[in-house]
Design a protein around this ligand. Structure first.
Ligand code: ATP
Length: 351
């Protein structure tokens, strides 16, 4: 099957600022980018890498330093703001002053690129506004003044306005920034569904690496050196590209769990015997204590129950009698911490 025509393309694009009239300060580039229908793309990168600069440039809010940008096959530079607003919507992080507008009025503004010069909403426009409120779980806020909303509520309302604008391309700068975990998950799910069901191309920047790795069809990785890498999240993880983009001293990305390790294990190896959730969380707790959990034989061994409420943990130093039973991970750790400090496990736990 031929690949669908891209909705947005960038060729040789360099984004950045001018230090003065003559001196450009490039932030990222040259970039070759394609956004295709039905795709959710997550733009990831460390602070200051240029994610917001790139999104603003793709939206036509600031000019590129060089290169070509096309929306639906038409040069972005040749489009007037109204044409652009029918093709592309953007949700920024900046706090906008919306006066006394209610939530419904603000979301209705999303329909303006589609209405006549009087801005009167048709029944279809009203239905689109209502659908956007429902999809973003903001219908209950419809009559509230936007100025009185919490940061998270306002963020969802701005997403609702972009949904109501109903453009083929949707760009969002850190849309999950102020949301609690259930709302972050709900928003990513909504955006993924929206891309799939309506054929929109949705590009969002985020620092939520876990969620992005799960939800994104494509990841655009922008490291601090401004050289963008793109691919499916899984390929970027397996090739080491993902870890390299966030490489910092003492911060290691674990490709087997898809998370960054908070603790650099320094203590002795601990064989963990068991599987499933209990083994996973036991390994996490042991790492926090400074042990290096392994499935291989080691001087130290912990046996985990088959599941919560299905038994006890035991610990054993090779050649000694098993200690325990320990009723919980807390009890297991407590027992390990009480070992003498010259003991390998005691020494590890005292780090
Ligand atoms: N208006 C501006 N004029 C000049 N330089 C700017 C301007 N806005 C941002 N920059 C610089 O451009 C670089 C990229 O900034 P940008 O905000 O795009 O990064 P980001 O990846 O979105 O960062 P964060 O994750 O912290 O939001 C930074 O060095 C920043 O200082």
């Amino acid at each position: 099957m031929p690949e669908p025509m891209p909705l947005l393309t960038a060729d040789d694009l360099t984004v950045g600022y001018f230090v003065n009239r003559k001196t450009p300060r490039p932030v990222a580039g040259p970039l070759h980018l394609t956004l295709r229908p039905g795709e959710l793309v997550c733009l990831l990168g460390p602070n200051g890498a240029g994610k917001s600069t790139l999104l603003r440039t793709l939206a036509g809010l600031q000019p590129p330093l060089s290169g070509r940008l096309e929306l639906g096959g038409v040069s972005l530079a040749r489009m007037n703001p109204a044409e652009r607003a029918r093709q592309l919507s953007i949700v920024l992080t900046d706090r906008v002053d919306v006066g006394n507008l209610t939530v419904r009025e603000l979301v209705s503004l999303g329909r303006h690129p589609h209405t006549g010069w009087l801005g009167t909403l048709s029944a279809h426009d009203d239905a689109q506004v209502q659908a956007a409120l429902a999809a973003t779980d903001t219908a209950g806020l419809a009559h509230r003044p936007v100025g009185e909303l919490s940061d998270g509520e306002r963020q969802k309302v701005l997403v609702a306005r972009a949904v109501a604008q109903d453009t083929p391309v949707v760009l969002l700068d850190e849309p999950t920034a102020h949301l609690d975990l259930p709302n972050r998950v709900a928003l990513m799910r909504l955006l993924h569904r929206l891309a799939r069901q309506t054929g929109k191309a949705i590009l969002l920047s985020t620092h939520e690496l876990d969620l992005a790795l799960q939800a994104a069809d494509q990841v655009w990785l922008l490291p601090a050196d401004g050289s963008l890498r793109t691919g499916t999240p899984e390929d970027l993880v397996l090739s080491g590209t993902f870890a390299a983009a966030f490489a910092r001293e003492g911060l290691a990305f674990d490709p087997t769990s898809g998370t960054f390790a908070l603790h650099a294990p320094t203590g002795p190896a601990m064989q963990v015997v068991g599987a499933g959730a209990a083994a996973f969380w036991t390994r996490r707790a042991l790492e926090r204590e400074g042990f290096v959990p392994t499935t291989e034989c080691a001087d130290w061994r912990v046996t985990v129950p088959d599941g919560p409420g299905l038994g006890h943990w035991t610990s054993q130093l090779m050649g000694d009698q098993p200690a325990g039973p320990h009723e919980s991970i807390a009890a297991l750790l407590q027992a390990l911490r009480q070992l003498p400090h010259n003991h390998p496990a005691g020494a590890a736990a005292s780090h």
